[in-house]
Design a protein around this ligand. Structure first.
Ligand code: 1GP
Length: 269
């Protein structure tokens, strides 16, 4: 749900030195109703943004149904909060942002999109091809682009393979620095350091620290973060945003989900 009087980019980049949490919901992994329930729990437990996406081959209709269900749920909760002096309506005005695997996974119900260049891909499609296919659609439907440099770091997982990425290794600090500078010079506002969904290890903190030295970029870090210790490590290294996806999908029930998101959010504050 779009925040009144500010763009999603302003919301995302105004970090004030704190690290915030993003819950990633993959529309391929649950129905829209379940996704909306999970998104509501995420917000109750302190997530500050919802990403919708992840899998590489989810069709538009499924992505759209999920975005729509989440937006409707947030609108209802915002309305309920506005009637209750004890509760904070603003909590429900958090953006629902597309995190697409390509130009096929878009929805006009999203507030914004991580409009990404997979900077270390060897394939034109991921550097500029999917973006050209998606841009007219985003323009038509008024989905706000968040200009994002996307860098896949070791171990990289499926996105590293599918995206044909030359993985950034933990000791490639000069390379990550050069990529971060390049991202800024291109005018990207966000730099997303990705280890791959479900990766056995997270992005090495040294890479986060090095990217952090480049001013003017909002740092998003995700992939393989499952514990509060790992989340704290990424936050201490300089991440502005921590993304978790598998953590949410693996939870056996809603109570476990609550507990998991709370412990990550507490660890990064
Ligand atoms: C994937 O960075 C995200 O693009 C989240 O990864 O599923 O490992 O939390 P996880």
């Amino acid at each position: 749900m779009r925040r009144p009087n500010s763009t999603t980019l302003e919301y995302v980049t105004s970090t004030n030195g704190r690290t915030r949490h993003i819950t990633l919901i993959d529309p391929a992994k649950q129905d829209a109703h379940t996704a909306a329930n999970r998104a509501m729990i995420a917000v109750e437990c302190g997530s500050s943004m919802i990403f919708v996406g992840g899998s590489t081959d989810t069709p538009d209709e499924v992505v759209h149904a999920t975005c729509k269900a989440i937006q409707e749920a947030f609108e209802l909760r915002a309305f309920a909060s506005s009637q209750d002096p004890e509760s904070d309506e603003d909590q429900w005005h958090i953006p629902v942002v597309l995190f697409p695997g390509g130009a096929h996974a878009l929805s006009p119900a999203a507030d914004a999109i991580t409009f990404m260049m997979l900077m270390n891909s060897n394939t034109r499609r991921f550097l500029i091809g999917e973006q050209i296919r998606g841009a007219p659609y985003l323009e038509k439907f008024g989905v706000e682009p968040l200009p994002t440099g996307y860098l896949v770091c070791a171990p990289g997982g499926r996105v590293g393979e599918v995206g044909d990425a030359e993985l950034i290794q933990p000791d490639d600090t000069e390379l990550v620095h050069a990529y971060a500078l390049t991202a800024r010079m291109f005018g990207f506002k966000l730099l997303y350091l990705e280890a791959g969904s479900g990766a056995e290890s997270q992005v090495h903190p040294t890479l986060i620290e090095k990217a952090r030295t480049v001013a003017g970029l909002t740092l998003v870090v995700g992939g393989g973060i499952r514990s509060s210790e790992q989340a704290a490590l990424a936050a201490d290294a300089g991440a502005d945003w921590i993304v978790t996806g598998t953590l949410t999908e693996d939870a056996n029930d809603l109570d476990e989900l609550r507990q998991r998101i709370r412990s990550i959010v507490e660890a990064i504050q």
